[in-house]
Design a protein around this ligand. Structure first.
Ligand code: F6R
Length: 257
């Protein structure tokens, strides 16, 4: 399989930024980083994301698994977020998304993958975070980015010192995700998301952004100040972030010299 070279490596950035000519090459690079993490670790603990951006990434991973190049048998995974009030079997839930697009097609044992649910925020204070720690912590966290700069469902205003918790979704996020729900069905108003601290504790973070709709958010996240107004800007505080994007998403990213 041909591996594409990034058109531009913005190496002088405090993070590794790889810009590809098109979305397909960027998606493949994100999948390739996951593959290399999974094959090089004895117990890979993955942090996973949903959303349209990730669909081709899961396609690559499924394909490599089908070809016998990649096994997830030793993997454990933790998804970033889930809607409140949806049954795991609801086709619009992130649990369904993950089963349909990934888990049903690979060899990760069913008890190894996790999504946050109401139990994650009840009982002992940080149940989901505790489970992540018990499993040795997330080695590689895959992230998308919302047009408003959210990561997971940490919406603008999110504080840095947060763990898995319930959040209210903004109108713009609910509108952006409306297409994933049957016509006439309201997008849930709340979700449970890993917090910013939870995300920043991952050993490595891979953020994938494609399309011009993400250009402004990417610019705010990495060229602006660290600020709750753009939750993705907290990633500037992490030392192992790889940003993978196409030229459309990178159009406002400034190269520091
Ligand atoms: C999904 C998630 C979100 C998405 C973001 C981008 O688990 O955590 O932060 O990554 O909303 O979504 P898409 O890729 O649909 O534009």
């Amino acid at each position: 399989m041909k591996q594409q070279q990034a058109q531009k490596n913005i190496e002088s950035q405090p993070y590794d930024c790889r810009v590809f000519a098109n979305a397909t090459d960027a998606e493949m690079e994100a999948a390739r980083l996951i593959k290399s993490f999974v094959t090089s670790s004895t117990k890979p603990v993955l942090g996973l994301a949903t959303g349209r951006t990730m669909l081709p990434v899961y396609q690559w991973l499924r394909q490599w698994h089908a070809l016998g190049e990649l096994s997830f048998a030793q993997c454990v995974s933790f998804n970033l977020d889930e809607y409140c009030g949806l049954d795991a079997d609801d086709p619009s839930s992130f649990a369904s998304y993950m089963r349909t697009n990934f888990f049903d097609h690979i060899d990760m044992p069913s008890g190894h993958w996790h999504l946050p649910d109401a139990a994650a925020t009840s009982g002992t204070p940080h149940t989901y975070d505790d489970l992540i720690h018990t499993n040795g912590g997330i080695g590689l966290q895959l992230l998308g980015i919302g047009r408003n700069g959210h990561i997971g469902f940490n919406e603008p205003g999110a504080e840095q010192n947060t763990r898995t918790h319930e959040v209210a979704l903004t109108a713009s996020t609910r509108a952006a995700n409306a297409a994933d729900f049957p016509e006439g069905t309201a997008v849930p108003t709340h979700a449970i998301t890993m917090g910013i601290s939870t995300i920043l504790e991952a050993g490595n973070i891979v953020l994938l952004a494609t399309g011009q709709g993400k250009a402004e958010a990417l610019h705010q996240a990495f060229n602006g100040l660290v600020s709750a107004a753009c939750p993705a800007s907290y990633l500037q505080l992490h030392t192992n972030v790889t940003v993978i994007c196409d030229e459309a998403a990178a159009q406002f990213l400034k190269v520091h010299s």
